[in-house]
Ligand binder design. Sequence first.
Ligand SMILES: Nc1nc2c(c(=O)[nH]1)N[C@H]1C(S)=C(S)[C@@H](COP(=O)(O)OP(=O)(O)OC[C@H]3O[C@@H](n4cnc5c(N)ncnc54)[C@H](O)[C@@H]3O)O[C@H]1N2
Ligand code: MOO
Length: 406
Amino acid sequence: MLRFEEARRLILTHTSPLDTERISLFTAGGRVLAEEIRAPWDLPPWDNSAMDGYAVRLADCAPGRRLPVRGYLPAGAVPGAALAPGAAAKIMTGAPLPAEADTIVPFEQADEQDGQVSFSSTPQAGAHIRRRAEDLRSGDLVIPAGTPLRPAEIGMLATFGKILIPVFRRARIAVLSTGDELVEPGDQLGEGRIINSNALAIAAALSELGAEPVLLGIARDNRESHLQLLGEGLKADALITSAGISTGDRDLVREVLLELGATEIFYKINIKPGRPTAFLRFGAKPVFCLPGNPVATLITFEELVKPAVLRMMGHHRAIQPFIKGTLREDVRKKPGRGQFLRVALEIRDGRILVSTSGDQNTGILRTLVRAGGLVYLAPEATHLPAGSEVDVHLLGTPREALDEQA
Ligand SMILES: Nc1nc2c(c(=O)[nH]1)N[C@H]1C(S)=C(S)[C@@H](COP(=O)(O)OP(=O)(O)OC[C@H]3O[C@@H](n4cnc5c(N)ncnc54)[C@H](O)[C@@H]3O)O[C@H]1N2
Ligand code: MOO
């Protein structure tokens, strides 16, 4: 049976970035840059002062000498007259350096009286000057395509006057639950009924990635309902279904998708939870059929669907990196199947300590809620002694995923 890494590789091979659009810089935070940005001019554009103080020629600053103060250069001053010979000019942080000045002396090292200034020590040549282009030179690569726009990138784009930003389009992803036992949250819970929790959990996971979930509701366990709603789902950029995918006699999802013209790339992965996962393509659109057990649904989303959604939205890094943690307890498993272990994470002196979050049965949802991360155990693994180093995928941001030491 397919290994986890191979399944993820196949999914990424069959997924590509969507098209792009131009949006206001004001709303571009969190979106992914679609074209590289190069510096349209030097940064800084001119030599300027890094301190409030005096612009001088170093050669004029003999110990004990007093210089007449000529000129005042606030931030925003236009580069004007050169520094008068033998004089100092008062200058503020960010103001352009006057021609012929070569050094800035901060106010703290100066004493001005009656229009004359002296310095408490001999200044250093070139001190406190921010040189033209020391940050970026015109034409330099500033932000590569595929970069998610954080505040630092937004600030950089604003610095260069970019107001319409090319970004990848947000993916519209259809979410469909299947099963006669399901009712929507808020509806009457009859006997034998359970609430369709997967759709909202998947929608939340998609929103977190910046994608747009399209909730299609519940396909009932008959061909007509599946045909209608799966057909609807195939109009979005991608489709995610939950349940109806194992060997039950009413598991219709794959059969109906094939009938609608989708092609199956794989079915079943050697992982627990999540074995009966299928991946299909409808034209260029990826279709993910996730198992119905809520724990399996969310773990397969996290490990298999999320990289694909990130790729669709242009992220240059689609796969979340692992971080290292240390196991606090022995972990044993049967050989033969890969396993995603739900783990609680504690950060102590900057190190991550890993313990299982409790019962690992797929039917146990509370241990996913208690988990800060997932640890992947390869099919061959059987025993990891306490103290072993393991690879951890955080679930959420470090702030959300890591418990602070008590
Ligand atoms: N004979 C076999 N039976 C099962 C196998 C197998 O290989 N052979 N695999 C088991 C595994 S592992 C899983 S996981 C499940 C996956 O089955 P399905 O994806 O077909 O899902 P269902 O059987 O329809 O539902 C499983 C479980 O999840 C509940 N569920 C379904 N949808 C939702 C929803 N939207 N929100 C909340 N909960 C949902 C459903 O009521 C079931 O309890 O199959 C095993 N069986
Ligand atoms: O894939 Mo099933 O999720 O092992 O329970």
